[in-house]
Design a protein around this ligand. Structure first.
Ligand code: ADP
Length: 490
């Protein structure tokens, strides 16, 4: 099968969050299964060019329709750790992708609408007719709209579109100007409730809604979150649209890249180990303490790794930190936020705890350090308000680090409580709490710390159970192939 992913991110060359890991891991799995996979993304100035091999100009005559005129683009080809990527570079005063970072600008919606149009124009002009176009999040949600409203009429009738919503919170809601810019020229047609009109604001269009309406299949990134978004008010206003289109909607759990995240061969960690040599994990714990200047003692290390976004449960992360110290543990945080107020708040906490030998806060993005933390910590907390899938808990388990998570979204689909799960003992792999409050968090983290101190053998079993789970791309890879087959036959 010929599959094209249209995406704003791919790890590690253009990564902000989990979406980047998902696109890389899924594309790799699809190639392993014998498919031809290509990826189209913007040519950001902030690309990690040191991670792209053989970058060459491949198409220099792409004119993308824009506001009644057109913008000239150059397309580059390069390998991002083996993945075949086309990078689109527009030449215009808008300077869409030379902004130093990927998101955070007033014209983000226009920037990515342009990219979506450019991606289809490129497919069309270069004569590519993929079987599947797989697009990701609001940034590329207009791809199926352009395909069915413009390019199909030009003869591009073959591709089917799968649209994955990684996060319902960001939907790309904007005004009529966007239609004018992108060549979707009939506002009264697109401003219809059955098409792009936002469900809450009759004067706005909603890109994600357009993606849902026009795609052949829509997925979100875990079965639990698929239900939460449609039926439990977690769809940020898109619930009725998901209901209307429920027959082409489902949840596919993300996987993680089992080569990039593998304690047996990980080049970022000093001591390699498996479930059978789990003792060696503790040598990484010592290395982590060395690196972060934490004292060496019997205490468990509890870690948080992730974006410092309100979604991730900032109050509970802070509380986990003080509660862990109170319960005689050590706490490590690695995270950052594009919001300076949040960053400053955590910088304040860092200064407050600067002299504490049991606590370290690292404010910033550091892939390499994250590997050492996953391998050296005893527990990872993920106390999210909502979590479509969550990769951190799965990565942690791969490293024998016990997850302590809130029972939402993909966290609920992947973590099974040591004390309360209905699963057999050998399938229990962590700790869960339900209520988003301090008591809830303490009920799970407290049990984890008690088990660590009082029943080390049980804790060890839990670590091994976690390591034995298969959260690779193997199962989700097959799941997506089934979806592709299904929509190609329809
Ligand atoms: P989200 O997609 O909401 O950001 P996920 O849990 O799905 O959350 O994915 C987060 C990914 O980003 C994981 O691979 C995690 O290790 C990584 N990550 C997040 N913050 C940082 C950071 N500050 N430094 C290094 N890696 C990070």
């Amino acid at each position: 099968m010929f599959i094209v992913h249209v995406t704003p991110e791919i790890a590690p060359v253009a990564k902000v969050g989990g979406l980047a890991d998902v696109v890389f891991g899924l594309a790799k799995e699809q190639e392993i299964r014998g498919n031809h996979v290509e990826i189209i993304l913007p040519k950001y100035d902030s690309l990690r060019y040191d991670q792209v091999w053989g970058l060459t100009e491949t198409y220099n005559d792409l004119w993308v329709p824009w506001y009644g005129g057109s913008i000239h683009c150059t397309v580059y080809f390069g390998f991002a750790h083996g993945r075949k990527c086309f990078f689109i570079e527009p030449h215009s005063a808008d300077n869409f992708f030379n902004r130093g970072c990927i998101y955070g600008f007033n014209d983000d919606i226009l920037r990515f609408a342009f990219f979506s149009r450019a991606a289809l124009e490129f497919l069309w002009k270069s004569g590519k007719h993929p079987d599947i176009i797989h697009c990701h999040d609001w940034q590329t949600a207009l791809v199926p709209v352009f395909l069915y409203e413009i390019y199909q009429h030009l003869g591009m009738t073959h591709p089917r579109v799968c649209f994955t919503i990684h996060n319902f919170k960001h939907q790309g809601v904007t005004g009529a100007n966007l239609l004018h810019a992108t060549g979707l020229n009939r506002p009264e047609y697109y401003f219809h409730y059955d098409r792009l009109r936002d469900n809450n604001n009759v004067h706005a269009i909603n890109l994600t809604k357009g993606g849902i309406v026009y795609s052949n299949f829509i997925t979100t990134v875990s079965p639990r979150h698929a239900v939460e978004a449609k039926d439990h008010g977690e769809g940020f206003g898109l619930e009725p649209t998901l209901h209307i289109h429920h027959q082409k909607y489902g949840g596919v759990l993300n996987g993680i890249d089992y080569e990039a995240w593998n304690p047996e061969i990980d080049r970022y960690i000093p001591f390699h180990y498996t479930a059978d040599t789990i003792e060696d994990k503790y040598r990484n714990k010592i290395a982590l303490r060395d690196r972060l200047l934490l004292s060496d003692n019997e205490k468990p290390i509890v870690a948080f790794i992730g974006r410092l976004d309100p979604q991730k449960g900032l109050e509970l992360i802070r509380h986990a930190m003080f509660y862990t110290l109170h319960r005689n543990g050590q706490f490590v945080l690695l995270g950052s936020s594009p919001d300076s107020q949040i960053n400053n708040y955590f910088w304040g906490l860092k200064h407050q705890l600067n002299d504490n030998p049991d606590c370290h806060l690292e404010i910033g993005f550091n892939e390499e350090l994250s590997h050492l933390i996953y391998s050296g910590a005893d527990m990872v907390i993920v106390p999210s308000r909502f979590e479509p899938c969550g990769l951190t808990q799965m990565i942690a388990m791969r490293y024998g680090t016990v997850p302590v998570v809130r029972e939402v979204g993909g966290l609920a689909d992947t973590v099974f409580d040591k004390d309360y799960s209905h699963r057999p003992l050998h399938e229990r792999n962590g700790y869960i709490f339900r209520d988003y409050d301090f008591g809830g968090l303490e009920s799970a983290l407290g049990r984890a710390i008690s088990c660590y101190y009082e029943y080390p053998e049980h804790f060890r079993e839990l670590m091994k159970n976690a390591m034995r789970y298969d959260y690779s791309w193997n199962h989700p890879g097959q799941h997506y192939m089934n979806i592709y087959d299904y929509i190609r036959e329809k």
